[in-house]
Design a binder for this molecule. Structure first.
Ligand code: NAD
Length: 256
């Protein structure tokens, strides 16, 4: 399928698990992608992997910290210089923080999680929306923790709830330009990000957190990154042309 032929997609957290899975599917459908990540080694590994898969010419990269305004303006300028106006902006970079009660939660970690997850997305919108083509699409990665909560994840859950508010404001602001803005809310997805949470959560709850979460998910399993990526591509595509301001759950029913 080549329904993304000629389209330019910018993905933050693009060298990470969900970002890279989404980039692969967008490339397979003809898009040009620009991956943004703060980890230059991961970014280079992603670039090489995509080049080895035959997509070298349609992949750009920028090493940047999304919570920094100057670096945000730079990655967006680099993307536009390489491939022109943006059709799809995926605000996906994220951190999970600590798993401790609010009373023990380190203030600096709270600030860092909010800076990356919320400020980073705000900056991408502030500086990216003017560079988006009319009729384009924006997707923000929230989480099942954006619509529910569990003990110990105050910074993460707060940040992911905040992103839904930010998404709704943006959706109304850019609707006159025909730009759609949505949020995706993944549940536990098998990758390094989630393994790290579950390793620490197992210590807190005193049992295997992966199994505990599977029991809490009606579909009784974690997602694969490719499953989340398929919904990302749907929300980027004309297939979701009448959807804006929506929170799209991809959580195996965990929020029910
Ligand atoms: P991941 O760790 O593989 O990807 C996150 C990427 O963001 C990493 O490559 C990391 O280097 C990058 N990043 C972190 N801070 C950054 C910064 N300041 N500037 C630029 N890049 C930065 O994990 P993932 O699962 O692919 O996570 C992607 C998104 O999905 C995150 O927003 C996460 O909160 C969300 N999410 C993940 C799960 C899950 O179970 N894995 C569930 C719900 C939501």
């Amino acid at each position: 399928m080549s329904d993304f032929e000629g389209q330019h997609c910018v993905l933050t957290g693009g060298a990470g698990s969900i970002g890279l899975a989404a980039a692969r599917q967008l490339l397979a459908r003809g898009a040009s992608v620009h991956l943004v990540d703060r980890d230059p080694a991961l970014l280079e590994a992603a670039r090489q992997a995509l080049a080895a898969e035959g997509h070298g010419e349609r992949v750009g990269t920028s090493a940047a910290d999304v919570s920094d305004s100057r670096q945000t303006q730079d990655y967006l300028a680099q993307a536009v210089a390489r491939a022109g106006a943006i059709d799809f902006l995926f605000c996906n970079a994220g951190l999970n923080g600590e798993i401790v009660p609010i009373t023990a939660y380190p203030e600096d970690v709270f600030d860092t999680v909010m800076a990356v997850n919320v400020r980073g997305t705000f900056l991408a919108l502030k500086h990216g929306l003017p560079l988006l083509r009319d009729g384009g699409s924006v997707l923000i990665t929230s989480s099942v923790m954006g619509v529910t909560a569990d003990p110990g994840v105050s910074a993460y859950a707060t940040s992911k709830h905040a992103l839904i508010g930010l998404m709704r404001v943006a959706a109304k602001e850019v609707a006159p330009r025909g730009i759609r803005v949505n949020a995706i809310a993944p549940g536990p997805t098998t990758n390094g990000f989630q393994n790290d949470i579950e390793r620490r959560l197992s210590d807190v709850v005193g049992r295997d957190a992966t199994q505990m979460l599977n029991e809490a998910i009606p579909l009784h399993r974690h997602a694969q990154p490719e499953e989340i990526a398929r919904m990302v591509v749907f929300l980027a595509s004309a297939g979701s042309s009448f959807s804006t301001g929506g929170v799209f759950m991809a959580d195996g029913g965990m929020h029910i």
